[in-house]
Design a protein. Structure first.
Length: 195
């Protein structure tokens, strides 16, 4: 009990140690307001709880993760927790989800199913395990850098970061294609960044 309380206090205090930061919700900051990306350590209590929650199809934001993480969920008013990357659900004969595979487990199963040789150890080592990367929807007015610092300081968290915004730019000049600028060509936005 005392260890859990100390862990909770260290996580909450960890977020407050950062200096003055721009308030959450500032679009000019280069990240989405009200959103934090967190990767949990593979065998952490939080990752296991989220994995089990996916199997039970429970609302992930309602799960107890750890005392420190639960205190931060409350502090930043976490509304949803969702997997960033597609997880590979393991289903039984009736179609019920009974587990979640890592990328390595999925690659082995697919190779066996297709009758191909198993991936080499080097190939397996190069596959990242992205099953424990989650997007946390926090309050829109929350200070995102402060939330990132708080979640980063918690045990069982590999890293936390803002949900950075990226913009895909078209070429400066349209290509020599008569259909490039045609209206709603396959649903593409053909404008360049300056538009």
């Amino acid at each position: 009990m005392l260890v859990g309380l100390l862990l909770a206090l260290s996580c909450v205090a960890g977020g407050a140690q950062e200096g003055a930061r721009p308030a959450g919700g500032e679009a000019s900051a280069g990240y989405a307001p009200g959103k934090v990306i967190v990767k949990f350590e593979a065998d952490s209590v939080a990752a296991n709880a989220l994995r089990a929650g996916r199997i039970r199809q429970a609302p992930l934001h309602e799960l107890a993760l750890s005392p420190g993480l639960d205190a931060l969920k409350e502090k930043y008013d976490v509304a949803t927790i969702s997997s960033v990357f597609r997880a590979f659900d393991v289903k039984d004969a009736a179609g019920n989800v009974v587990g979640v595979e890592t990328m390595q487990e999925h690659a082995m199963r697919v190779a066996m199913r297709l009758g191909r040789p198993a991936p080499s150890e080097r190939e397996m080592a190069e596959l990242p395990d992205l099953t424990s990367v989650y997007s946390l929807k926090i309050a829109d007015d929350a200070d995102v850098p402060e939330a990132v610092a708080g979640f980063s300081a918690c045990a069982g968290v590999e890293y936390a970061q803002p949900a950075y915004l990226a913009r895909i730019c078209g070429p400066p000049d349209p290509p020599d294609d008569p259909y490039w600028l045609s209206s709603d060509s396959w649903g593409r936005d053909t404008r360049t960044c300056g538009d």
